[in-house]
Each structure stands twice: as structure tokens, then as C-alpha cells.
Design a protein. Sequence first.
Length: 167
Amino acid sequence: MSMKDKIKNFFLLEEDDEDYYEQPQQSQQQQQEQRQQRVMSQPVHQAAVSQPAVKKVSNKERRNVATEHTNTPNLVSITQKASKVVLAEPRVYAEAQDIAEHLKSKRAVVVNLQRIDKEQGIRIIDFLSGTICALGGDIKRIGTDIFLCTPDNVEVDGNISEYYYED
């Protein structure tokens, strides 16, 4: 074998058709029965010395196996979806569940409680406070009866002063 052939074989550039043996698919039960028949037909001293059959694999099969392992991605995308801010103006307490669903979906929500009576507004804020606490988020008052509810993936910096202008 020349040096050129050795290099081709090393880099799997040359096909070895004589190395390729195709075996028909058999059920496990049929294979086991055939093994038992071979063992029973061999003399005792040969059965102890027999070696397992080695399947020869062509270079093409080796390349296929090598490419199967390299097809798995090792890189992770750094790009992220743009965050959304949802504006909510609930009119009944039942709408608090929809706001909680937005928070669970990692969306910030601005809640305007100016169009709901005070008792219902307090109940909604209590419910949302529990949701935010469970999600590890934050809630801030940004105006009169207006709150900013954020999940854990959103940070809020700064405060809005509570000066009221009386005309």
C-alpha cells in the first residue's frame, strides 16, 4: 500500500466496497435461536474458544456516523425577542387573571385602575401582588391609580414623585 493510499484511507477519501457487508434485518428472537443452534452444533472445546463476529464497516458508514455527531448544535443564540409592555384597564375583578397571564408570559403590564371602584381596585392589586411575589417580579406605583407590574426579567429603575398639583 502506497503512502497516498494510506492518507486517503486515513481521511476516508477512498471507498472500500469489499468492506461493506449488508446484513438483512432479523428479529431478536431469530438471532437468538441461530446463536443457540451454532453453540449446540459446535464441539465443547470450540465453543469456549470461539470469538464474537466482527462486522466490517465501510468508509462511507464511518463518515455517516461521524457527521451524525457533528450535526448537533453547540452554539446558543444570544438574540432575544423584543419585550412587550401590555396596557391594561380592568373594569371587573375577573380581568386580573388575564393580567396575571401576561406576567407569567414575561411581559410587563401597566395597570390603570382609574375606571374601577376603589374596593375592586384594591382586590386587583392584592391579587397581582401575590402573582408578582410568586414570579419574583416587582410592582411600582407610577401615578394615581396606575401601577407598573414587571416579571423577574424586567428591571425598573427610579421613582416617580408623588407631588399633587392642586389648582
